[in-house]
Design a protein around this ligand. Sequence first.
Ligand SMILES: Cc1cc2nc3c(=O)[nH]c(=O)nc-3n(C[C@H](O)[C@H](O)[C@H](O)COP(=O)(O)OP(=O)(O)OC[C@H]3O[C@@H](n4cnc5c(N)ncnc54)[C@H](O)[C@@H]3O)c2cc1C
Length: 475
Amino acid sequence: MSELAAHTSEQTVSIPARRVPVAYDADVVIVGAGPAGFAAALKAAREGARVVVVERFDMPGGVHTSGLQGSANTGVGGIHSELMERFAAAGYIYTATQDTLPNWAGNPLSHYERYHKPDAPFARASFNPEGAGSLMAALLMEAGVTALYNTSFVDVIMKDGVGDSTITAIIVENASGRQAIIGKVFVEGSGTAHLATAAGVPFVRGGGPQPETAAWDGVHRPIPGGLLWIMSNIDFSRTVAHQISAQDPHLSKLIAEADAAGDLPKGLYRPRMRGENVYGDLYIGHPTLDMSPMLADGTFILWQNVPYEWALRMDESGEDDTRARRELRGFIDAEARFLRKYVPGFENAVLMDVGRFVGVRDGRHPIGEYVFSIDDARKGHRFPDPVTKPMTKTFYWDKHAKYMFEVPFRCFLPKKVDNLILTGASLSFTYHTIFMVMRNFPWCTQTGEIAGFAAAQCIKKKVSPKELEWSTPYF
Ligand SMILES: Cc1cc2nc3c(=O)[nH]c(=O)nc-3n(C[C@H](O)[C@H](O)[C@H](O)COP(=O)(O)OP(=O)(O)OC[C@H]3O[C@@H](n4cnc5c(N)ncnc54)[C@H](O)[C@@H]3O)c2cc1C
């Protein structure tokens, strides 16, 4: 039996019109409880709004909990600092240093510290994604947020039908079946502009222009998404001993051996792009192991990225999403077995966990009343409606340049829809600016908090987000 091919024809079926029950009538309705949607819900509720947030997985936190990316960062204020303090107080933060993990700084296997000088001091802090997710759920409960888990946003109702500028309700699905949730202000927290694009907000697809190097074939591909996984019971000191004694810092000799024995699938280890992509050599391939200490001694998180050349768009295509999940899980299975069989220190290692979803790094970018571009950062533009005081951020792929700039509130306001606020990875930024710099956990949490504050102000003042006067930075 062979797999069925997906229909590419124009064939359609009609869905009979039917009435669905209204489950909630709220002030603020949020789709997705990642760092941004979570902070938006918490802030809006603390400001007195009646809030419903829907999340397709079983806890808030998005990429950083369900996706296992538990990078603990220094608090940047507001809800982000509160979270880091709560995680620490609950004992959910683990920090590896040069004392607990010698030979890590400068090690080519290190995702973050490979650029360091050998023996350089470092402190790599991570939080426990499962514990953090439970704490975040408790915080939402404490604030009086109605958070619906295992609940997927599937459709949007516009006031006067398709093309109208006001959202009146979202349609969701969970164990109760299909239901409507009515709201006054809506917040986009899906990380992939799911609500905004369904509501008719114009957007740019992931994969902006690439520099025309000799290697570029003219195809615009999104920066690959990734699936994270965890392995424990690793004796890394034995791996280091092998790296040194066999003069095999990248494990290339072991990889070649496994390859010759037919133990590695094609594409598991593949070369980086070597600067032939707008983001330099980042994230494009795994020539070797790619890992970072997490959770406890001997436990590491590992990256599986979608091969760049596959050009998968998990946010737009069910087939691409399925392929990414299936193939990356296959890679993880193969990599775990390779590590245990060939790599000293991994003999007794255990495959502990795989993220609940393949995270999208470069999905649909909704177009807002202002589109923040790399030039705004480079030129340090100031705006009449800043959301923060001037921020300094490092643009790693722009030769590590540090730019000081502001972001206008208009980046939170999508074109064409009046009662929707954008957040997190779905802000109105060009893909040059959002990748790496303007989509990290702290910043996404800040954008959610700003959106939650703005939404609650709209409810109090009885205005739409676009009518809200904004001249004072929130942070
Ligand atoms: C693989 C990967 C690695 C990363 N590594 C780092 C890192 O090391 N450090 C860092 O700071 N940042 C990192 N990032 C970036 C950062 O994680 C994201 O930019 C950030 O999580 C975006 O926050 P968000 O709240 O906008 O979206 P997300 O974190 O994506 O959360 C969106 C939430 O919405 C939910 N959702 C989506 N669609 C629906 C729907 N239809 N119905 C209901 N719920 C829905 C999802 O389940 C999810 O919980 C990484 C991103 C990826 C993809």
